[in-house]
Design a protein around this ligand. Structure first.
Ligand SMILES: [Zn+2]
Ligand SMILES: [Zn+2]
Length: 216
C-alpha cells in the first residue's frame, strides 16, 4: 500500500503562479514543484513540518516556473527531475538534473509522482500524477477553466489537443487538478469538472480547439 502524499499549494510571485510542496507524512521526505518565486515561503513550509526536500519536479522551464530553481536547489541539494528536452535549460539553474521518462514513478518517501508527458505548450511539458491522493499537477497545460498558450515558437496545437484529450483524458475523472497558475474561479478543481466545463477540453477537435485558442 502506497502512502498518501500531502500537497500544499502556494500562490507566489506577480503572475499568479502556483508552486506545490509535496510531502510524505510517514517518512518526512518532500518534493517541490516549479520553485519560481518566494522560495523562502516554500522552504518555511518544509521547515515547519520538519520535512526534507529530496526532489524538485519541473512541469517545464519557462521563466515563471524556474526563476527560483537555483535558490531552491542550492538550499536543499535536491535532485531536479524534468523532461529530457528541458534538461539542458534546467542545468543552467541547478547542478543535479536528471531526465525523467514518460510513465516513470519518482519516489517521494513512501509515495510516488508519475510523469505524464504532455507536449503542446512546450515540447517538454510534464504533468505530475500522484495516484495517492489522486491529484495531477499540470503546469501550463491545463488551468481551471482554460489551458496554456500554444502561440509560442515551439508550441504545437496538434500535440496539445492530444495531451489534453488522450493523456490527461486517461486519468480518473475524480483526479484533483492543481494548475500552474491561479487563472480560474477556484484554485483547484477536478478533471471531471474540467471535462464538462472547460472550453479547452469541450472543444475536442483540432479545428474547434484552434478556433478557441485563436491559433492556426
Ligand atoms: Zn509556460
Ligand atoms: Zn506559466
Amino acid at each position: 500500500m502506497r502512502s498518501e502524499l500531502e500537497i500544499i499549494q502556494m500562490e507566489v510571485g506577480l503572475l499568479q503562479n502556483f508552486c506545490e510542496v509535496i510531502g510524505c507524512p510517514e517518512t518526512g521526505d518532500a518534493a517541490l514543484v516549479d520553485p519560481a518565486f518566494e522560495v523562502d515561503r516554500l522552504l518555511a513550509v518544509v521547515r515547519e513540518r520538519e520535512w526534507t526536500v529530496r526532489t524538485i519536479l519541473l512541469t517545464h522551464t519557462h521563466d515563471d516556473h524556474v526563476a527560483g530553481l537555483d535558490e531552491a536547489a542550492e538550499a536543499t541539494g535536491a535532485v531536479v527531475r524534468c523532461h529530457p528536452m528541458e534538461v539542458e535549460r534546467a542545468r543552467a539553474f541547478a547542478p543535479r538534473v536528471e531526465p525523467v521518462s514518460d510513465g516513470e514513478e519518482v519516489t517521494i518517501g513512501a509515495g510516488v509522482a508519475r510523469a505524464v508527458f504532455t507536449p503542446g505548450h512546450t515540447p517538454g511539458c510534464v504533468c505530475w500524477y500522484l495516484p495517492q491522493p489522486g491529484a495531477v499537477i499540470t503546469g501550463d497545460v491545463l488551468f481551471v477553466g482554460s489551458c496554456g498558450g500554444v502561440h509560442y515558437p515551439d508550441s504545437d496545437s496538434v500535440a496539445m489537443v492530444h495531451s489534453l484529450q488522450n493523456r490527461l483524458g486517461a486519468l480518473p475523472e475524480e483526479t484533483k487538478l492543481y494548475p500552474g497558475h491561479d487563472y480560474g474561479k477556484t484554485p483547484t478543481s477536478t478533471l471531471l469538472w474540467e471535462r464538462l466545463h472547460n472550453p479547452a477540453l469541450t472543444n475536442d477537435t483540432l479545428d474547434d480547439f484552434r478556433r478557441y485558442k485563436k491559433v492556426r
